[in-house]
Design a protein. Structure first.
Length: 313
């Protein structure tokens, strides 16, 4: 079985949902089996915020995720380079999807996230907030002054800025103001699927020029506008396109399985709708004549080496 590195999964959301239902030891009981069955050794475990949450809400989810990871003997919270390769079934790199709770004390709150092992973060989900504008926001609005300060603070701390949900104005503002690492944790090529969550060629090239990474995503609407073509074969076409446009070294997996959401199976690919089926991607890449070296790089090597360089020794 090929090892896999997933650059985006809403694990923090799943933890909070299950805790409200009275469950504990959630990673062990609810997350670990389906991930290990699929071959996942590394997961960027996102605390996801859609825009209405405050700073206390953000803190609560992040701390709950930490507590649940500590309860799981087979998982490790990644803090250092050594943690990435330690003896564990699942290595969790904590991330944040949307920083709507940062509406004041920007530097202090970014430092709190960093102190609590958040390695990757996006400024906004699809909404507008005090920092930036997501894809459903005003297309003329990008980063605020607080957003520019957040980007600077993240760069100073080697926190990876995730641009997957940023609108185009915010994206290019980030490119102009960021002096640090950048990636799109879960986005596809706009040229193949005209969805606002996907990235245009100029955006993909800009990330590659910064030595960044693109995590291709298996959400059906981001793979093809035609519902009958939302399958692994068309998902692989995004990988092929990215390989030709920016090179294999900038491609990773950011699958965003939404198996903890109601009716989420309908939003995923017909033949790839849960983590346990993820090895389907590896076979599809082989069938599409990708080399074993290319497959390893896409599956885990690119993401592993990218994240590692921004972790302390």
């Amino acid at each position: 079985m090929m090892k896999l590195f997933d650059c985006h999964g809403d694990t923090g959301y799943a933890v909070m949902k299950r805790r409200k239902e009275g469950m504990r030891d959630i990673i062990t009981k609810d997350q670990l089996t389906k991930r290990t069955q699929g071959g996942f050794s590394w997961l960027c475990a996102a605390s996801y915020f859609e825009g209405h949450e405050n700073w206390a809400d953000m803190q609560a989810m992040i701390l709950a995720l930490h507590e649940e990871l500590a309860l799981c003997q087979d998982a490790v919270l990644v803090k250092t380079q050594e943690d990435l390769m330690c003896d564990a079934k699942l290595h969790a790199i904590c991330s944040v999807e949307g920083m709507c709770g940062i509406d004041e004390q920007v530097e202090e709150r970014i430092h709190w996230l960093h102190a609590h092992d958040i390695k990757i973060a996006s400024l906004a989900w699809n909404e507008e907030n005090a920092l930036a504008t997501g894809v459903r926001g005003n297309p003329e609005r990008g980063l605020s002054e607080m957003g520019k300060l957040a980007v600077k603070s993240m760069g100073d701390l080697d926190m990876i800025v995730d641009v997957s949900h940023a609108n185009e104005k915010s994206f290019w503002d980030i490119i102009r103001h960021l002096n640090g690492p950048i990636m799109a944790t879960h986005s596809n090529a706009r040229a193949l699927c005209d969805h606002p969550r996907n990235l245009k060629d100029e955006q993909l090239k800009a990330i590659a020029e910064r030595q960044g990474l693109i995590g291709v995503v298996c959400c059906g609407a981001f793979v093809n506008t035609d519902p009958t073509k939302r399958d692994v074969a068309h998902f692989i076409e995004h990988i092929r396109y990215l390989k030709q446009l920016i090179g294999i070294e900038h491609i990773a997996l950011g699958l965003d399985f939404m198996d903890d959401y109601p009716n989420s199976m309908d939003t995923m690919l017909v033949d790839l709708n849960e983590p346990s089926r993820a090895q389907t991607i590896i076979q599809a890449l082989r069938d599409a004549a990708f080399s074993e070296e290319e497959i390893r790089r896409i599956a885990y090597e690119n993401a592993l080496s990218f994240v590692k360089q921004y972790l302390p020794c």
